[in-house]
Design a protein around this ligand. Structure first.
Ligand code: ATP
Length: 376
């Protein structure tokens, strides 16, 4: 049996108001010891304020925050078992890398030999062993970010708070650092809490993600659950690309359901959704879950699926837009019933993008377990 997860941070009914602005609105969530937790949300949703309250730089207007079981009310930032890495990865430009990393230890009164060992260990951890004598301006952006990480890790906090840690890096370096951060977190076993508005970053690094919308937790889930089972329209739309159709629930049995979507038609599901009959609902359908038939293939696919008519959904339409993105091609298709649907298709061979052109009549299908029914 696996041990039950132990919360190291408990956020209990926390709100934060700045004058008339409610930045954080009655948030309750637990962050477990040793997990990589990401707070994800659009600009202004309150995620940084939440992180700053954990760090102690802001105080909750209501509610309380416990770290390792201890109520943080009245405990200043430097007395909390946390350390924060800032967005701008501020390193002191006039100090060598080693002196930058040693700075916090010296302030904390750690003595000579131990400082040297811990600095060397922290630099090794972030793959900067041997860089101690360099000055920050002799390093790349990615390396400076690692110095900032080493400066925090050297303090051996229970929790490392990272505020948009990769936002200053270019896309390629960011992708590499996402791997490195996850690897590092696993190696040191410290709880990482990161704030980002970048969904790819969140999905690739997190054990769990808390999606924040307008100061509230919109959903708390693992990356794959968040993507595959979004619980509301905000999350479905914010995390990944998605088609959202409004409709009415017209059939709801334990093993099947149907939603009538104007502009699309009836969308079948192979499971019940236990919603009120006739309820207004939304269907979320990811573009990559839709299979686009090459011209002439549609009839054969439909015939082959005759044995399981409830297992698939079929639709027809006309290609109104195509974007070749290298690994995939993204299609915008106007369905015969009028709605527009986005479909992505992997380019498995070099010539796949030549299979289609604008205004082609196409058919498509998707499995009955692909759509997600959203009640709100
Ligand atoms: P971003 O990604 O842009 O940093 P965020 O999700 O981190 O956004 P917060 O910085 O937490 O959002 O801000 C949430 C809300 O609180 C915003 O409306 C912001 O303007 C407001 N806010 C944050 N800090 C203060 C402050 N010190 N004084 C007044 N309003 C503030």
């Amino acid at each position: 049996m696996t041990e039950p997860a132990k919360p190291i941070i408990q956020i209990q009914n926390v709100s934060k108001r700045f004058g008339k602005v409610t930045a954080v609105d009655n948030v309750s969530l637990d962050i477990n010891a040793g997990e990589f937790f990401v707070l994800l949300g659009p600009s202004g949703c309150g995620k940084t304020t939440l992180l700053r309250m954990i760090a102690g730089f802001e105080l909750p207007t209501e509610g309380r925050i416990l770290i390792d079981g201890q109520d943080m009310a009245g405990i200043p930032p430097n007395k909390r078992p946390v350390n924060m890495v800032f967005q701008s990865y501020a390193v002191f430009p006039h100090m060598s890398v080693a002196d930058n990393v040693a700075y916090g230890l010296k302030i904390a009164g750690v003595k000579g030999g131990e400082v040297k060992d811990r600095v060397a260990e922290a630099l090794e951890l972030v793959k900067l062993g041997g860089f101690g004598e360099r000055m920050p301006d002799q390093m790349s952006g990615g390396q400076r970010q690692r110095v900032a990480l080493a400066r925090s890790l050297v303090m051996r906090p229970k929790v490392l708070l990272l505020d948009e840690p990769l936002s200053a890096l270019d896309a390629k370096l960011r992708a590499q650092m996402q791997f490195e951060l996850s690897e590092l977190q696993e190696k040191v076993g410290i709880t990482f809490v990161t704030v980002t508005h970048d969904q790819d970053e969140a999905l690739s690094m997190a054990c769990r993600i808390g999606v924040i919308n307008k100061g509230e937790v919109a959903q708390l889930a693992t990356p794959s659950d968040l993507y595959e089972y979004p619980s509301n329209r905000f999350v479905a739309d914010f995390v990944g690309s998605v088609n959202i159709f409004e409709g009415k629930l017209t059939l709801d049995e334990p093993d099947k359901a149907a939603v009538d979507c104007p502009g699309v038609g009836k969308i079948y599901l192979n499971h019940g959704v236990t919603g009120p009959h006739g309820a207004d609902v939304w269907i979320a359908l990811r573009p990559e879950k839709i299979y686009l038939h090459v011209p002439g293939e549609g009839k054969a696919v439909k015939a082959a699926a005759q044995d399981a008519p409830d297992g698939y959904n079929f639709a027809r339409g006309k290609i109104k837009g195509m974007s070749y993105l290298g690994d995939i091609t993204l299609f915008e298709i106007e369905l015969d019933d009028g709605a527009r649907i986005r479909v992505s298709r992997p380019n498995l061979s070099r010539h796949d993008q030549e299979d289609f052109t604008w205004d082609d009549r196409v058919s498509m299908h998707w499995r009955a377990d692909s759509p997600v029914v959203l009640l709100g």
